[in-house]
Design a protein around this ligand. Structure first.
Ligand SMILES: [Zn+2]
Length: 58
């Protein structure tokens, strides 16, 4: 939300994705340490093959 960027290792994102209830339609999201807003992965391809891009939500 504040356009802060954070590099998160793929395996950490994947772990988050598996923990979020296993909904395949939602990518893992993180809380921004700067503003508490939601961070969306710039690019993420999950185990089942879904691909998410930041441009999808902008
Ligand atoms: Zn932020």
């Amino acid at each position: 939300m504040c356009h802060e960027e954070e590099k998160i290792p793929y395996n950490v994102v994947e772990e988050f994705d598996l923990m979020d209830g296993g909904d395949p339609t939602t990518p893992p999201r993180f809380s921004c340490e700067q503003c508490g807003g939601e961070m969306y992965p710039e690019y993420y391809k999950e185990v089942q093959g879904h691909e998410y891009k930041l441009s999808d939500v902008l």
